[in-house]
Design a protein around this ligand. Structure first.
Ligand code: XMP
Length: 320
Protein backbone atom coordinates (compact mmCIF):
# COMPACT_ATOMS: atom_id res chain seq x y z
CA UNK A 1 0.00 0.00 0.00
CA UNK A 2 1.49 3.32 -1.07
CA UNK A 3 1.10 6.17 1.42
CA UNK A 4 -0.30 9.22 -0.34
CA UNK A 5 1.24 12.66 0.29
CA UNK A 6 -1.51 15.20 -0.31
CA UNK A 7 -0.86 18.69 -1.64
CA UNK A 8 -1.56 20.11 1.83
CA UNK A 9 0.91 17.76 3.53
CA UNK A 10 3.64 18.21 0.95
CA UNK A 11 6.73 20.10 2.11
CA UNK A 12 8.61 20.69 -1.14
CA UNK A 13 12.09 21.31 0.27
CA UNK A 14 11.91 18.28 2.53
CA UNK A 15 10.50 16.06 -0.23
CA UNK A 16 13.22 17.09 -2.68
CA UNK A 17 15.98 16.52 -0.12
CA UNK A 18 14.65 13.08 0.80
CA UNK A 19 14.19 11.92 -2.79
CA UNK A 20 17.59 13.20 -3.92
CA UNK A 21 19.24 11.35 -1.00
CA UNK A 22 17.25 8.20 -1.72
CA UNK A 23 18.23 8.17 -5.40
CA UNK A 24 21.90 8.78 -4.50
CA UNK A 25 21.89 6.00 -1.92
CA UNK A 26 20.14 3.49 -4.18
CA UNK A 27 22.16 4.08 -7.35
CA UNK A 28 25.49 4.45 -5.50
CA UNK A 29 28.35 4.96 -7.92
CA UNK A 30 26.66 3.19 -10.82
CA UNK A 31 24.67 4.91 -13.54
CA UNK A 32 20.94 5.19 -14.00
CA UNK A 33 18.82 5.65 -17.10
CA UNK A 34 16.08 8.24 -16.99
CA UNK A 35 12.96 8.10 -19.15
CA UNK A 36 11.94 11.63 -20.14
CA UNK A 37 8.84 12.33 -22.24
CA UNK A 38 8.66 16.05 -21.51
CA UNK A 39 5.44 15.72 -19.50
CA UNK A 40 5.19 17.18 -16.00
CA UNK A 41 5.96 13.93 -14.15
CA UNK A 42 9.00 12.81 -16.11
CA UNK A 43 10.37 16.38 -16.22
CA UNK A 44 10.25 16.57 -12.42
CA UNK A 45 11.92 13.16 -12.10
CA UNK A 46 14.63 14.33 -14.51
CA UNK A 47 15.46 17.31 -12.30
CA UNK A 48 15.49 15.16 -9.13
CA UNK A 49 17.70 12.58 -10.84
CA UNK A 50 19.99 15.26 -12.21
CA UNK A 51 20.43 16.77 -8.74
CA UNK A 52 21.14 13.36 -7.27
CA UNK A 53 23.38 11.86 -9.93
CA UNK A 54 24.63 14.62 -12.27
CA UNK A 55 26.57 13.00 -15.14
CA UNK A 56 25.78 9.51 -13.79
CA UNK A 57 22.24 9.95 -15.06
CA UNK A 58 21.58 9.29 -18.76
CA UNK A 59 18.38 11.00 -19.82
CA UNK A 60 16.64 9.40 -22.78
CA UNK A 61 13.74 10.71 -24.85
CA UNK A 62 12.26 7.86 -26.85
CA UNK A 63 11.10 9.09 -30.26
CA UNK A 64 8.34 6.53 -30.62
CA UNK A 65 6.58 8.17 -33.56
CA UNK A 66 3.41 8.75 -31.51
CA UNK A 67 4.38 12.02 -29.81
CA UNK A 68 3.06 15.49 -30.61
CA UNK A 69 4.45 17.75 -33.35
CA UNK A 70 8.09 18.75 -32.78
CA UNK A 71 8.11 17.29 -29.26
CA UNK A 72 11.57 15.63 -29.27
CA UNK A 73 13.41 18.78 -30.35
CA UNK A 74 11.40 20.99 -28.02
CA UNK A 75 12.07 18.81 -24.97
CA UNK A 76 15.77 18.31 -25.74
CA UNK A 77 16.21 22.08 -26.31
CA UNK A 78 14.46 23.02 -23.09
CA UNK A 79 16.44 20.63 -20.90
CA UNK A 80 19.70 21.70 -22.52
CA UNK A 81 19.01 25.18 -21.16
CA UNK A 82 18.53 23.62 -17.71
CA UNK A 83 21.91 21.87 -17.98
CA UNK A 84 20.56 18.40 -18.79
CA UNK A 85 21.70 16.63 -21.95
CA UNK A 86 18.89 14.60 -23.53
CA UNK A 87 19.65 11.69 -25.85
CA UNK A 88 16.92 11.16 -28.44
CA UNK A 89 16.56 7.49 -29.39
CA UNK A 90 14.72 6.77 -32.63
CA UNK A 91 12.41 3.79 -32.07
CA UNK A 92 9.62 4.74 -34.47
CA UNK A 93 9.83 1.55 -36.53
CA UNK A 94 9.70 -0.67 -33.45
CA UNK A 95 6.60 1.05 -32.04
CA UNK A 96 4.62 1.02 -35.28
CA UNK A 97 5.57 -2.61 -35.88
CA UNK A 98 4.35 -3.52 -32.37
CA UNK A 99 1.07 -1.64 -32.85
CA UNK A 100 0.30 -3.03 -36.28
CA UNK A 101 -3.09 -4.69 -36.55
CA UNK A 102 -4.05 -4.08 -32.88
CA UNK A 103 -7.44 -2.50 -32.16
CA UNK A 104 -8.15 -3.63 -28.59
CA UNK A 105 -7.30 -0.76 -26.17
CA UNK A 106 -5.60 -2.88 -23.51
CA UNK A 107 -3.60 -4.84 -26.10
CA UNK A 108 -2.48 -1.52 -27.54
CA UNK A 109 -1.29 -0.39 -24.11
CA UNK A 110 0.47 -3.70 -23.56
CA UNK A 111 2.28 -3.44 -26.93
CA UNK A 112 3.54 0.00 -25.96
CA UNK A 113 4.64 -1.17 -22.51
CA UNK A 114 6.59 -4.09 -23.96
CA UNK A 115 8.22 -1.96 -26.62
CA UNK A 116 9.26 0.73 -24.13
CA UNK A 117 10.47 -1.46 -21.31
CA UNK A 118 11.55 -4.73 -22.86
CA UNK A 119 12.81 -3.62 -26.26
CA UNK A 120 14.03 -0.04 -26.03
CA UNK A 121 15.04 0.42 -22.39
CA UNK A 122 16.08 -3.23 -22.13
CA UNK A 123 18.57 -2.63 -24.92
CA UNK A 124 19.83 0.69 -23.52
CA UNK A 125 20.26 -0.77 -20.04
CA UNK A 126 22.15 -3.81 -21.38
CA UNK A 127 24.44 -1.69 -23.51
CA UNK A 128 25.15 0.83 -20.76
CA UNK A 129 25.48 -1.50 -17.80
CA UNK A 130 22.91 0.56 -15.85
CA UNK A 131 20.87 -1.23 -13.22
CA UNK A 132 18.16 1.37 -12.65
CA UNK A 133 15.51 3.16 -14.65
CA UNK A 134 14.05 6.35 -13.21
CA UNK A 135 10.50 7.19 -14.19
CA UNK A 136 7.61 9.47 -13.26
CA UNK A 137 4.82 7.10 -12.18
CA UNK A 138 2.31 8.89 -9.91
CA UNK A 139 -0.36 7.59 -7.57
CA UNK A 140 -3.25 8.10 -10.01
CA UNK A 141 -1.49 5.81 -12.53
CA UNK A 142 -1.30 3.08 -9.89
CA UNK A 143 -4.90 3.55 -8.70
CA UNK A 144 -6.40 3.26 -12.18
CA UNK A 145 -4.34 0.20 -13.00
CA UNK A 146 -5.25 -1.60 -9.77
CA UNK A 147 -8.91 -0.67 -10.18
CA UNK A 148 -8.77 -2.32 -13.61
CA UNK A 149 -9.80 0.87 -15.42
CA UNK A 150 -6.73 1.17 -17.60
CA UNK A 151 -3.46 -0.65 -17.57
CA UNK A 152 -1.22 2.42 -17.30
CA UNK A 153 1.91 1.88 -19.31
CA UNK A 154 4.26 2.45 -16.38
CA UNK A 155 2.86 0.31 -13.55
CA UNK A 156 4.43 -3.08 -12.70
CA UNK A 157 5.14 -3.84 -9.06
CA UNK A 158 1.52 -3.32 -7.98
CA UNK A 159 0.48 -5.91 -10.58
CA UNK A 160 2.95 -8.43 -9.21
CA UNK A 161 5.42 -7.85 -12.07
CA UNK A 162 9.07 -7.66 -11.02
CA UNK A 163 10.87 -5.42 -13.56
CA UNK A 164 14.23 -6.88 -12.48
CA UNK A 165 13.07 -10.33 -13.55
CA UNK A 166 11.24 -9.45 -16.75
CA UNK A 167 13.28 -6.51 -18.04
CA UNK A 168 16.61 -6.90 -16.25
CA UNK A 169 16.63 -3.64 -14.28
CA UNK A 170 15.05 -1.99 -11.25
CA UNK A 171 12.61 0.88 -11.61
CA UNK A 172 12.81 3.89 -9.28
CA UNK A 173 9.64 5.96 -8.91
CA UNK A 174 10.30 8.99 -6.69
CA UNK A 175 6.85 10.56 -7.35
CA UNK A 176 4.71 7.55 -6.59
CA UNK A 177 3.16 9.08 -3.43
CA UNK A 178 2.02 12.22 -5.24
CA UNK A 179 -0.82 13.27 -7.47
CA UNK A 180 -0.58 15.77 -10.31
CA UNK A 181 -1.06 18.85 -8.12
CA UNK A 182 1.78 17.74 -5.81
CA UNK A 183 4.08 17.03 -8.77
CA UNK A 184 3.45 20.55 -10.07
CA UNK A 185 4.39 22.02 -6.70
CA UNK A 186 7.69 20.07 -6.71
CA UNK A 187 8.36 21.13 -10.32
CA UNK A 188 7.97 24.75 -9.28
CA UNK A 189 10.28 24.27 -6.27
CA UNK A 190 12.91 22.60 -8.50
CA UNK A 191 13.06 25.68 -10.70
CA UNK A 192 11.41 24.21 -13.78
CA UNK A 193 9.79 26.88 -15.98
CA UNK A 194 6.00 27.29 -15.61
CA UNK A 195 5.63 26.14 -19.23
CA UNK A 196 6.77 22.72 -17.98
CA UNK A 197 5.21 22.34 -14.53
CA UNK A 198 1.89 23.83 -15.65
CA UNK A 199 1.85 21.80 -18.86
CA UNK A 200 -1.35 19.84 -19.43
CA UNK A 201 -0.97 16.11 -18.73
CA UNK A 202 -0.05 13.86 -21.64
CA UNK A 203 -0.34 10.06 -21.39
CA UNK A 204 2.55 7.60 -21.63
CA UNK A 205 0.96 5.78 -24.61
CA UNK A 206 0.95 9.24 -26.23
CA UNK A 207 -1.26 9.85 -29.27
CA UNK A 208 -2.09 6.16 -29.51
CA UNK A 209 -4.34 6.70 -26.44
CA UNK A 210 -6.31 8.97 -28.77
CA UNK A 211 -6.66 6.76 -31.82
CA UNK A 212 -9.64 4.42 -31.70
CA UNK A 213 -8.88 1.37 -33.82
CA UNK A 214 -5.53 0.59 -35.44
CA UNK A 215 -2.59 2.92 -34.83
CA UNK A 216 -0.81 3.59 -38.14
CA UNK A 217 1.62 6.39 -39.07
CA UNK A 218 -1.13 7.98 -41.22
CA UNK A 219 -3.76 7.90 -38.47
CA UNK A 220 -1.26 9.29 -35.95
CA UNK A 221 -0.50 12.13 -38.35
CA UNK A 222 -4.24 12.94 -38.50
CA UNK A 223 -4.66 13.05 -34.73
CA UNK A 224 -1.35 14.94 -34.37
CA UNK A 225 -2.59 17.72 -36.67
CA UNK A 226 -5.92 17.92 -34.79
CA UNK A 227 -4.07 17.95 -31.44
CA UNK A 228 -2.00 20.92 -32.55
CA UNK A 229 -5.16 22.87 -33.38
CA UNK A 230 -6.93 21.92 -30.15
CA UNK A 231 -3.89 22.89 -28.05
CA UNK A 232 -3.50 26.17 -29.94
CA UNK A 233 -7.14 27.19 -29.49
CA UNK A 234 -7.69 25.94 -25.95
CA UNK A 235 -4.42 26.83 -24.20
CA UNK A 236 -5.93 30.04 -22.85
CA UNK A 237 -8.86 28.27 -21.14
CA UNK A 238 -6.94 27.22 -18.01
CA UNK A 239 -8.57 23.79 -18.35
CA UNK A 240 -6.87 20.74 -16.78
CA UNK A 241 -6.43 18.90 -20.10
CA UNK A 242 -7.67 19.11 -23.70
CA UNK A 243 -7.26 16.68 -26.53
CA UNK A 244 -8.41 15.38 -29.90
CA UNK A 245 -9.48 11.81 -30.58
CA UNK A 246 -9.64 10.09 -33.96
CA UNK A 247 -12.64 7.79 -34.31
CA UNK A 248 -12.68 4.54 -36.20
CA UNK A 249 -16.17 4.92 -37.65
CA UNK A 250 -16.58 6.91 -40.81
CA UNK A 251 -19.58 9.07 -41.65
CA UNK A 252 -20.98 10.42 -44.86
CA UNK A 253 -19.96 13.99 -45.53
CA UNK A 254 -19.90 16.35 -48.50
CA UNK A 255 -16.82 17.91 -49.99
CA UNK A 256 -16.77 19.94 -53.22
CA UNK A 257 -20.38 18.92 -53.83
CA UNK A 258 -19.54 15.20 -53.70
CA UNK A 259 -20.03 12.43 -51.17
CA UNK A 260 -17.04 12.06 -48.89
CA UNK A 261 -17.14 9.07 -46.53
CA UNK A 262 -14.84 10.75 -44.06
CA UNK A 263 -13.27 10.52 -40.63
CA UNK A 264 -14.40 11.98 -37.31
CA UNK A 265 -12.54 13.92 -34.63
CA UNK A 266 -13.87 14.18 -31.09
CA UNK A 267 -12.64 17.01 -28.88
CA UNK A 268 -12.45 16.71 -25.10
CA UNK A 269 -11.65 19.50 -22.66
CA UNK A 270 -11.57 18.74 -18.92
CA UNK A 271 -11.87 20.48 -15.57
CA UNK A 272 -10.15 18.44 -12.87
CA UNK A 273 -7.60 18.71 -10.07
CA UNK A 274 -6.08 15.25 -10.06
CA UNK A 275 -7.59 13.39 -13.04
CA UNK A 276 -9.58 11.01 -10.82
CA UNK A 277 -12.81 12.78 -11.62
CA UNK A 278 -13.37 15.35 -14.32
CA UNK A 279 -16.11 17.42 -15.92
CA UNK A 280 -16.24 18.86 -19.42
CA UNK A 281 -15.32 22.55 -19.68
CA UNK A 282 -18.25 24.79 -20.65
CA UNK A 283 -16.59 26.08 -23.81
CA UNK A 284 -18.42 28.85 -25.64
CA UNK A 285 -20.13 27.91 -28.88
CA UNK A 286 -17.86 30.42 -30.66
CA UNK A 287 -14.83 28.47 -29.49
CA UNK A 288 -16.39 25.18 -30.57
CA UNK A 289 -17.11 26.61 -34.01
CA UNK A 290 -13.51 27.81 -34.34
CA UNK A 291 -12.28 24.34 -33.44
CA UNK A 292 -14.51 22.73 -36.05
CA UNK A 293 -13.55 25.29 -38.71
CA UNK A 294 -9.80 24.87 -38.25
CA UNK A 295 -9.94 21.09 -37.98
CA UNK A 296 -12.00 20.59 -41.14
CA UNK A 297 -9.83 23.08 -43.03
CA UNK A 298 -6.44 21.91 -41.83
CA UNK A 299 -6.79 18.17 -41.23
CA UNK A 300 -7.29 16.14 -44.42
CA UNK A 301 -10.13 13.64 -44.46
CA UNK A 302 -12.15 14.99 -41.51
CA UNK A 303 -15.84 15.61 -42.15
CA UNK A 304 -17.16 15.62 -38.56
CA UNK A 305 -16.02 17.32 -35.34
CA UNK A 306 -17.79 16.66 -32.03
CA UNK A 307 -17.37 17.79 -28.42
CA UNK A 308 -17.63 15.31 -25.54
CA UNK A 309 -20.04 16.43 -22.81
CA UNK A 310 -19.75 13.37 -20.56
CA UNK A 311 -18.05 13.62 -17.14
CA UNK A 312 -15.48 11.14 -15.78
CA UNK A 313 -16.82 8.72 -14.62
CA UNK A 314 -18.27 7.09 -16.69
CA UNK A 315 -16.03 8.61 -19.38
CA UNK A 316 -12.27 8.51 -18.90
CA UNK A 317 -10.00 11.38 -19.91
CA UNK A 318 -8.30 9.60 -22.82
CA UNK A 319 -10.26 7.42 -25.24
CA UNK A 320 -8.10 4.29 -25.06
P1 XMP B 1 -7.79 8.41 -17.95
O1 XMP B 1 -7.86 8.37 -19.45
O2 XMP B 1 -7.52 7.07 -17.35
O3 XMP B 1 -6.52 9.30 -17.62
O4 XMP B 1 -8.98 9.10 -17.33
C1 XMP B 1 -6.20 9.85 -16.36
C2 XMP B 1 -4.96 10.71 -16.52
O5 XMP B 1 -3.82 9.88 -16.77
C3 XMP B 1 -3.28 10.12 -18.07
N1 XMP B 1 -2.98 8.79 -18.62
C4 XMP B 1 -1.78 8.19 -18.50
N2 XMP B 1 -0.63 8.61 -17.96
N3 XMP B 1 0.38 6.54 -18.52
C5 XMP B 1 0.47 7.79 -17.98
O6 XMP B 1 1.54 8.17 -17.52
C6 XMP B 1 -0.73 6.03 -19.08
O7 XMP B 1 -0.75 4.89 -19.55
C7 XMP B 1 -1.88 6.91 -19.07
N4 XMP B 1 -3.14 6.76 -19.52
C8 XMP B 1 -3.80 7.92 -19.24
C9 XMP B 1 -4.34 10.90 -18.83
O8 XMP B 1 -3.80 11.74 -19.84
C10 XMP B 1 -5.04 11.66 -17.72
O9 XMP B 1 -4.35 12.86 -17.38
Amino acid sequence: MIKEITLQELNSELFIREKVDEIKRTVGDGIAINALSGGVDSSVVTMLGHRALGPHLRTIFVENGIMREGEAMQVAGLFKKLGVTVEVVDARKEFFAALKGITNPEEKREAITQTFYREVFGRIVRESGAKFLLQGTILTDVDETIAGIKRQHNVFEQLGIDPQQVFGYRILEPLIQLRKDGVRKIGHALGLPASVFERIPFPGPALSARVIGEVTPERIETVRKATQIVERLLQGTGAFQYLAILHDDRVTGIRDGKRDFGQQIEIRCWESTDARMATPTRLSFDTLELLARDIINEVPGIVSVTYNITPKPPSTIEAV
